[in-house]
Design a protein around this ligand. Structure first.
Ligand code: BTN
Length: 245
């Protein structure tokens, strides 16, 4: 992972560039990084604020030999890699909010966006976009996110080296992918659970199909969230924004 790295001063979105590289046959593990994104994208068609020189705006091209239905596992694997990278460099232990928000002291420091290109049920490539707020100060965040976002610099009260984080991220992604390929999802799931905060809590899940409330029981072997509703029914949540009560 990260043996081919393409660095850009400024791009629309590293996701978009990575997709173009993937279509042109870029290898597994290719990394696209930018110092600034002018049209950074988040989940659920939101924008991702990506100002120059402050964060890690990166997209990895992966070509895992797995079935389409297992793709969400890669997002959870990536979340663990981000946690371990941040932990190594800063000594802060972040928390994971299912499916893919990384929080410190309850505020979001990183988001992950996974996009797939598939033919029938074979994956051609997976583009994993990672946005980490590294050296922003509070006033760098727009008013609407100041209360919910944080950066490594805000938490650590000192500037953090972005290259070191990227190097650790590549290292842990490679280690975890090797573990995943040799032993499957269970060891990744166990690691993920170590850092997850939403499990065992009452949550509200806002999905494209509606809003559901209940107890987050955990994730299943596919990485899908199991939610026990008040009527006792257990439902599977594939993708949502969740709020912990
Ligand atoms: C989210 O939490 O909504 C996901 C945010 C993902 C942001 C990253 S930054 C690098 C890559 N390029 C993008 O346009 N988005 C992802």
């Amino acid at each position: 992972i990260g043996r081919s790295v393409y660095f850009y001063e400024s791009v629309s979105s590293t996701q978009k560039i990575a997709k173009e590289y993937a279509m042109n046959g870029a290898n597994h593990g290719t990394l696209i990084v930018a110092d600034e994104q002018t049209e950074g994208r988040g989940r659920m068609v939101r924008k991702w604020h990506s100002p120059k020189g402050t964060g890690i705006w990166a997209s990895f091209i992966l070509r895992p030999d797995i079935q389409l239905q297992h793709a969400p596992q890669l997002t959870l694997l990536t979340a663990v890699a981000v946690v371990l990278a941040i932990k190594d460099v800063t000594n802060i232990i972040p928390e994971i909010k299912w499916p893919n928000d990384i929080l410190i002291n309850g505020r979001k420091v990183c988001g992950i966006l996974t996009e797939l290109q598939a033919e029938e049920d074979r994956i051609q490539s997976v583009i994993i976009g990672i946005g980490i707020n590294v050296n922003q100060s509070t006033e760098n965040f727009s008013d609407d996110i100041q209360m919910i976002a944080t950066s490594l610099k805000i938490e650590l009260e000192q500037t953090v080296n972005r290259t070191e984080i990227i190097q650790k991220l590549c290292y842990y992604l490679e280690q975890l992918l090797n573990l995943y390929i040799s032993e499957g999802f269970p060891p990744i799931k166990r690691l993920w659970e170590t850092y997850a905060i939403s499990i065992g809590k009452q949550i509200t899940a806002r999905t494209l199909k509606g809003t559901f409330e209940g107890l987050a029981l955990g994730i299943n072997d596919e990485g899908v969230l199991l939610l026990k509703q008040a009527n006792g029914e257990i439902i599977e949540i594939l993708s949502a924004d969740i709020e912990i009560k």
